[in-house]
Design a protein around this ligand. Structure first.
Ligand SMILES: [Mg+2]
Length: 465
């Protein structure tokens, strides 16, 4: 890396609360998160050279403002540093963020502070890759293994993996050509959110089969009768040879999980994901004992700190024995994770056996370099960076609560669907959105009918009161 390119002193960090009203259509709904509004704490790291790094962390709507607050608290640790300084001791930089003597108390490396740290780290990795003019996966693939290992904080993991062991694993396992030609295999979750109707599920599944998808995940866990019907429907549609997975998103107690999973075993799911509390290791072991023909429960990690992921894929037992099927989805997570799976294939596993990555087909249009899927495979991104940058117009429109989408979501929904849809449902959603808005400024003139004007005026008064 040339010295000229690397002088990028961080002058300030901005962070915005960006929310998409996905709950209106039940996208992303599961047994525990029934009405998520896919959101991000969206971070931009600004430098004196004009180069910017973009990063974010994924949230479900309410509470994003808390993550935004945490990013602001961390920003002071980052401002004033140059990219050169950071990358020459990335491990030290990671510790600076994760081990601040006072803020560490808020985690450590868990919850809101973990999310905020991830957003900042993602932005810095994006900045680094942009400074090098490479997509992040390529930056990693071209990097000396010693340098990769030097970026990882091994403090709590040496019982599982030492620096020397990691170095041994990091060889160039494969050439890039196969990935560039064929891409990395994916499975889809976007056919079977728990809030989707059977008709919608059927339609989406038909479309997905036509587009070449062969692996499908179904959200389960709220109602056994519904789950049985939905799993039967999807198994019938995809046939016996394609892959089905189920995901309960932590809904069950251990004994409940065992009973439920046994009931759904006839649909031959490859795995049951997040059957119970993510921290209940003994519970997972108990469920594993009876799950018989199932493969493996996935972990519960939603938001990867970049190097936690690398540590997972570097772990020798993982490399040799266990399938690695990273989570993605939400808003922007597919954009992020594609870089990591490419790094895994090219530098670690060298094999696609037991490897596939989740894909969810929502909100990609808001990114400047959206993920490219071809024939159910992730195609390697080519633009420099970590694919984190969102269109400024999208950010402005979805910023909470002042963005246009949040001001007008309810009104627009009513106008578009009110005449044809379920009036009661529309009214409910309208109320929901008014309750969520901190600021309500309804321009009743956009409404088209006298009744609507009257009702919205009434709602506005109510809210003002
Ligand atoms: Mg899941």
């Amino acid at each position: 890396m040339s010295e000229r390119k690397m002088v990028h002193k961080i002058t300030h960090v901005t962070v915005r609360d960006v929310r998409f009203p996905t709950s209106l259509e039940q996208h992303g709904s599961d047994a525990m998160h029934t009405d998520p509004d896919y959101s991000t704490a969206y971070v931009v790291v600004h430098t004196d050279s004009g180069l910017q790094g973009f990063g974010f962390t994924f949230t479900l709507g309410k509470g994003t403002e808390i993550v935004v607050c945490a990013v602001r608290a961390l920003a002071g640790l980052v401002v004033g540093k140059s990219l050169q300084e950071i990358v020459s001791d990335f491990r030290g930089f990671y510790r600076l963020l994760s081990s601040d003597g006072q803020m560490r108390w808020l985690g450590p490396e868990k919850g809101v502070i973990h999310l905020a740290t991830a957003a900042v780290l993602n932005a810095v990795w994006d900045l680094w890759a942009r400074a090098e003019g490479k997509p992040l996966w390529k930056l990693l693939v071209d990097m000396d293994p010693k340098q990769i290992v030097s970026c990882v904080d091994f403090r709590y993991i040496t019982d599982a993996l030492t620096e020397e062991e990691a170095l041994d694993i990091l060889v160039k396992a494969q050439e890039e050509d196969q990935m560039l030609k064929e891409g990395y295999p994916a499975y889809t979750t976007s056919c079977a959110w728990i809030g989707y109707s059977d008709e919608q599920l059927k339609q989406l599944c038909t479309d997905a089969l036509k587009s070449g998808w062969t692996k499908f995940k179904v959200k389960v866990g709220a109602d056994l009768e519904d789950d049985t019907r939905r799993c039967r429907l999807i198994r019938q549609m995809i046939g016996p040879d394609k892959t089905l997975m189920i995901d309960a998103n932590q809904r069950w107690d251990v004994s409940e999980a065992i009973g439920w999973v046994s009931s759904l075993a006839e649909f031959k799911p490859l795995w049951i994901e997040e059957p119970t509390c993510p921290d209940d290791i003994l519970g997972h072991a108990a469920i594993s004992k009876v799950r018989g023909k199932f493969g493996f429960p996935a972990d519960s990690c939603v938001e990867d700190l970049f190097f936690h992921f690398i540590v997972v894929i570097l772990h020798p037992f993982v490399v040799m024995l266990l399938p690695v099927c990273p989570h993605a989805g939400g808003v922007g997570l597919c954009e992020l994770v594609q870089h990591l799976i490419l790094f895994d294939y090219i530098c670690v596993s060298g094999s696609l056996s037991n490897r596939m990555c989740e894909y969810v087909d929502h909100l990609h249009e808001h990114f400047t370099s959206p993920v490219v899927i071809h024939d159910a495979h992730y195609m390697p991104p080519k633009d420099p960076g970590y694919s984190c940058e969102m269109l400024e117009s999208s950010v402005k429109k979805h910023q909470y609560p002042e963005g246009d989408v949040w001001k007008w979501a309810c009104v627009k929904f009513e106008i578009n669907h009110g005449e044809h849809g379920d009036k009661k449902a529309c009214l409910h959603l309208t109320h929901l959105y008014f309750e969520r808005l901190d600021v309500v400024d309804v321009d009743v003139s956009v409404s088209q009918s006298v009744n609507e004007v009257a009702r919205l005026t009434e709602l506005k008064k109510k809210k003002v009161r």
